[in-house]
Design a protein around this ligand. Structure first.
Ligand code: ZN
Length: 252
């Protein structure tokens, strides 16, 4: 019997303490991300079962382990409706990545959009994002840890949800990490949604923030789960975000 089934839309919460992933969880994680890289979308449950042959309990436990460690997301309250595998998304988001060779991916949040290219060494990833405020396009090009081009020079990343709330619903946290055209657009947005008043940082600094995650994901088969606390790989605490270069004054 599954122990974490929640009501529809109710997120079970993320782990705040490190834990050991089972060999099956690591195998599943590698299978899904590689499948995304090769096929531009993730595998469904039939494909996973066919390829990995886990029994029901093992597969469920593996998804659960990855889910609370922010390495797979399911639609909250469903068992196997897979939603995201950072940096990729099964469903459309504000961010779309196109590789040199034509492969196109739905990407997760703005942080993931800056990290995704690291899965494809030597290749340029063009990321088309929309500013939540005006829906104008922000196009960036990334390669080997560098932001090569950016057609919105004053663009910023914005986090519209305080770090203490992140793990309560990581799907909603992702939704609120976005690129904006500039600080004026952030101000207009925050006026409309005062509850989303948050932290900003110039887009040119974003890769440095996500770099530890971008370099470990996929490349380190044994990478531990991501925990959402001061122990996380990418700074998710207020102090950590400040150190990374975010203006966190709205939360202080
Ligand atoms: Zn805008």
């Amino acid at each position: 019997m599954h122990t974490w089934t929640t009501g529809y839309g109710i997120f079970p919460g993320c782990a705040s303490e490190p834990y050991d992933l089972t060999p099956e969880s690591k195998k599943l994680r590698r299978f899904i991300i590689k499948y995304f890289m090769d096929n531009q979308t993730g595998p469904n449950i039939h494909t996973i079962q066919k390829e990995l042959g886990f029994d029901q309990e093992t597969l469920w436990h593996s998804i659960d382990q990855l889910h609370i460690g922010v390495q797979v997301m399911v639609v909250p309250g469903t068992e196997i409706s897979l939603l995201k595998m950072p940096p990729f998304s099964y469903v459309p988001t504000r961010n779309e990545g196109t590789l040199d060779d034509g492969r196109i991916f739905n990407l997760g949040c703005a942080g993931e959009s800056a990290a995704a290219h690291k899965l494809f060494p030597g290749q340029e990833l063009t990321v088309r994002s929309i500013c939540p405020c005006c829906w104008e396009t922000i196009t960036t090009k990334w390669k080997d840890g560098e932001l090569l081009e950016n057609d919105a020079p004053d663009a910023v990343i914005h986090i519209g949800r305080g770090p203490d709330d992140w793990s309560k619903n990581f799907v909603y946290t992702c939704e609120n990490i976005n690129f904006f055209k500039n600080l004026d657009h952030v101000a207009t947005w925050e006026k409309q949604f005062p509850e989303k008043k948050g932290a900003t940082m110039p887009i040119g600094k974003v890769y440095q923030w996500v770099k530890p995650q971008a370099e470990a994901r996929y490349w380190d088969y044994d990478q531990p789960p991501d925990v959402v606390s001061t122990k996380s790989l990418v700074s998710t605490s207020l102090a950590g975000l400040k150190k990374a270069g975010f203006d966190v004054s709205a939360w202080e």
